[in-house]
Design a protein around this ligand. Structure first.
Ligand SMILES: Nc1nc2c(c(=O)[nH]1)N[C@H]1C(S)=C(S)[C@@H](COP(=O)(O)OP(=O)(O)OC[C@H]3O[C@@H](n4cnc5c(=O)[nH]c(N)nc54)[C@H](O)[C@@H]3O)O[C@H]1N2
Ligand SMILES: Nc1nc2c(c(=O)[nH]1)N[C@H]1C(S)=C(S)[C@@H](COP(=O)(O)OP(=O)(O)OC[C@H]3O[C@@H](n4cnc5c(=O)[nH]c(N)nc54)[C@H](O)[C@@H]3O)O[C@H]1N2
Ligand code: SF4
Ligand SMILES: [Mo]
Length: 730
């Protein structure tokens, strides 16, 4: 790391790396002064708008290149998620362009298991031949793709699979927010909602941490609400880093949030604190729900979630007093995105409490907003792909999974039982993060063809037959990204720096090449620029305009406060849902226990994000990895009282074990965790030998979790595990 890099240091070799690494340890003011000085010396300066690829938020950014090299990235002011700020990962992820861990050419797995370079032409034609073979033998339904929902990726990967005749297109959702979004959809018809922070009086977070699972705009809006005096309650077994904005921390037993929520519902119903007008006019199933909820007394809830009954009553009464300017926040991943057998039901219970509070659509309450999309484009130039005849694998077994995402674990099971024989991964590290890595590796080894498109040799790439290198986001143009909310926007990834490694290609070219090689090239006879232009024209703007402005506001969707129209089959809020009954589950929102209960001497294992890392993909980036090592962020959190009982002190190494595996890690002893619970940050335990900084650093929680899917939705149940710890002597 250079603390006082000279201009020469910046412009040669690892310019961006040095600049970004320096921010963490040196004076930002000094660095900015140097930057200004360098910029003033006449270096050719290019500024371009793009979208960060550090996580699903895809914040708007402005990148500056000097003499063709990346110099800075800054949050776009006008973008609704960045609002002028990128988080630490956004800055760190910009290092990717120059990272030593990048894939620079296509690779093929050799007979001995090692990877050898292969030309694009050979890779594509070999993949094409295998795809044809699979289709001839087993039909196109034996092919599948898993992709991270990025603008170009989601369009091209779906088009590619559908053109081949396969309906099997999945996202990462079953390892993120599938249960939550599916549950919210059953109750409200929308997949998500947001809290009206500027006007809220009280908000309850159920295992969602804006201070750790960062989106800059969320942090800003929460900070604003806290400054304005809103009561902010964190329900989390761990006092997370949202604590700085919170008034209350409610430590809860993991996987028992549903009991807490139903206890609140019980108080609201039995003490007549609920919104009668809402439940009578805008909801269905309330009488059945009200009858069932009488069982869920605060005392009953305390027995399950270990939150005192008095606390449950007090929170329920405060919410009722603040209503409708209050809400249970929708959450995202850890607590009920995909974690437990009851995650889908917990999401429905969140919605039910908000319904009792009458806060749907109200000022300070829970808002459902809309999203824009591209209009029609020229059907001759961009021909529609016929819809595959077959149903997507997994949909019949998991009918409650959102149709837009499906459950990617159908691919794992499909490989294991032969239904899937060819798998593509785009911008996805499924092997390391969507279920137990050993199970993924075993399943993929059964497939005839596995192809991964990535920027680095991820664990999924390592389990593939062919690995195709993409250029990084700052080197490519993508299709427009449409952004919903109270207002509608469209933004774009535009190339800011020249292609660094000539053998890397952007998403659109890779899929067009694959399609050509597989015999369906006729559906890809256009450039990304042509389609982006057509999509933007369909909403009244252009590449040039978005490039200039960074982001363009679209026609005002006319958001207004007031009870929303629920887009459910009944057109009302659903305390009971026919579809849930058809899936063989209780139609009325009610209690479902977690699946794996820790026995005496065992712990619950929970996970969570750290502000400087994203999922599995940033661990090898030099500056971000250095921060983890400096602060020993990979440590396992243990409550001080548990540590005392086990004779463990801060920094000791322990062996963590579950039914699936065991591994060693250092312990962080803390007062910020509920006894009986262990917290493992989710970014660690890399195993790819190509990613030397990540390999063998910390533990990957997914190794410990048995492979089992949540009924109805097919989520990965990422926290249905009980573990033991033992101090490693010496
Ligand atoms: N162990 C573990 N598992 C997790 C999580 C976790 O924190 N830890 N988080 C869960 C959550 S919330 C989610 S949303 C999912 C996320 O799951 P994924 O979306 O799969 O995210 P990552 O695991 O970070 O893997 C992303 C992969 O994309 C690659 N990549 C990065 N940039 C590009 C690019 O420009 N082009 C291409 N083609 N590839 C690129 C990275 O190298 C990496 O291999 O994972 C879930 N599973
Ligand atoms: N830094 C960072 N930020 C990110 C991402 C990232 O990878 N890194 N990814 C983005 C994405 S894709 C996502 S999905 C979001 C995730 O955003 P969040 O869902 O907020 O992320 P987590 O940190 O996984 O979980 C939040 C909290 O849930 C708590 N928790 C765990 N189990 C339970 C439980 O059973 N009950 C309760 N009540 N709490 C529990 C954890 O202690 C943790 O503090 O973050 C987004 N932002
Ligand atoms: S939240 Fe951070 S990592 Fe995610 S897109 Fe925004 S700046 Fe990038
Ligand atoms: Mo996520």
């Amino acid at each position: 790391m250079h603390c006082n890099p000279t201009r020469r240091t910046f412009l040669k070799g690892t310019a961006a790396t040095a600049a970004l690494a320096a921010v963490g340890t040196c004076s930002v003011a000094a660095w900015r002064a140097e930057q200004a000085e360098a910029a003033a010396t006449g270096a050719a300066k290019i500024q371009g708008a793009s979208l960060c690829n550090g996580c699903s938020s895809k914040c708007g950014l402005i990148a500056t290149a000097l003499d063709g090299r990346l110099w800075t990235v800054e949050g776009m002011k006008e973008h609704p998620y960045s609002k002028g700020t990128l988080c630490g990962r956004g800055h760190g992820a910009a290092q990717w362009a120059y990272s030593d861990g990048r894939l620079t050419q296509p690779m093929k797995r050799a007979a001995d298991g090692s990877f050898v370079p292969i030309s694009w032409d050979d890779a594509l034609s070999e993949i094409g031949a295998k795809v044809q073979e699979i289709i001839a033998e087993a039909g196109p339904e034996a092919l599948a793709i898993i992709q991270d929902p990025r603008p170009s990726g989601k369009y091209y990967s779906k088009r590619f699979m559908n053109a081949l005749g396969s309906p099997n297109v999945y996202t990462h959702a079953a390892a993120c927010n599938l249960s939550k979004e599916s549950g919210i959809q059953e109750a409200t018809g929308a997949q998500n909602f947001s809290v009206d922070f500027p006007n809220t009086k009280m908000v309850v977070f159920i295992g969602r941490s804006y201070g750790d699972g960062i989106r800059p705009s969320s942090v800003k809006s929460l900070a604003g609400a806290a400054e304005g005096g809103a009561r902010v309650v964190i329900v989390d077994p761990r006092l997370n880093n949202t604590g700085v904005f919170a008034t209350d921390w409610v430590p809860i037993r993991p996987g028992a949030d549903i009991a807490f929520l139903l206890g609140i519902a019980n108080v609201l119903v039995t003490r007549d604190l609920y919104d009668h007008a809402f439940v009578e006019q805008s909801a269905v199933g309330f009488p059945e729900f009200a009858a069932q909820v009488t069982e869920y007394t605060p005392e009953w809830a305390e027995g399950i979630c270990d939150v005192p009954a008095d606390t449950i009553v007090e929170i329920a009464e405060s919410l009722a007093a603040a209503a409708p300017a209050c809400a249970i926040e929708p959450s995202w991943r850890a607590a009920f995105g995909c974690a437990y057998q009851n995650s889908f039901e917990t999401a429905r219970a969140v919605c039910a409490v908000n319904a009792l509070l009458g806060c749907w659509g109200q000022k300070g309450g829970a808002l459902i907003t809309s999203s824009p999309k591209a209009g029609d484009v020229d059907p001759v130039k961009f021909p529609e792909v016929p819809k595959p005849a077959a149903k997507r694998l997994g949909d019949a077994e998991y009918p409650l999974a959102l149709s837009g995402t499906g459950t990617n674990l159908a691919v794992l099971n499909g490989c294991a039982d032969g239904a899937i024989q060819g798998v593509f991964f785009y911008n996805s590290n499924a092997v390391q993060g969507y279920a137990q890595p050993a199970k993924w590796r075993e399943a993929l080894s059964q497939a005839k063809l596995v192809v991964t498109i990535d920027v680095q040799m991820s664990e999924t790439a390592l389990a593939s037959d062919y690995v195709l290198p993409e250029c990084t986001v700052l080197e490519r143009l993508e299709l427009p990204e449409f952004i919903g909310g109270k207002k509608h926007y469209v933004a774009l990834r535009t190339p800011v720096i020249e292609r660094i490694h000539p053998e890397t290609r952007p998403c659109d070219e890779i899929f067009a090449g694959l399609a050509e090689a597989c015999g369906v090239g006729e559906y890809f006879d256009f450039t990304v620029e042509e389609l982006a232009e057509a999509q933007l024209a369909s909403v009244g703007t252009s590449i040039e305009e978005v490039r200039e402005a960074g982001i363009v506001e679209l026609a005002d969707p006319g958001f207004a406060f007031g009870t929303p129209t629920f887009k459910t089959p009944t057109e009302k809020f659903q305390f009971a849902s026919a579809k849930v009954a058809e899936a063989g589950l209780n139609p009325v929102i009610g209690y479902v226990p977690r699946l794996v209960e820790p026995a005496e001497g065992e712990f619950s294992l929970i996970g969570g994000k750290q502000g400087i890392h994203s999922h599995t993909m940033t661990l090898n980036l030099e500056a971000l990895n250095a921060i983890s090592r400096e602060y020993q962020l990979e440590r396992l959190w243990m409550a001080a009282s548990d540590a005392a009982d086990l004779g463990i002190v801060d920094g000791d190494t322990v062996e963590l074990s579950s039914s699936e595996c065991s591994g060693q890690v250092a312990v962080k002893v803390t007062e910020r965790l509920k006894p009986g619970v262990l917290f493992l940050p989710t970014h660690y335990g890399g195993t790819s030998p190509y990613l030397t900084r990540a390999q063998g650093f910390g533990l990957n929680m997914m190794d410990f979790v048995p492979l089992h899917l949540e009924p109805g939705v097919g989520s990965t149940m990422s926290q249905e595990v009980a573990v033991k710890v033992r101090k490693v002597e010496g």
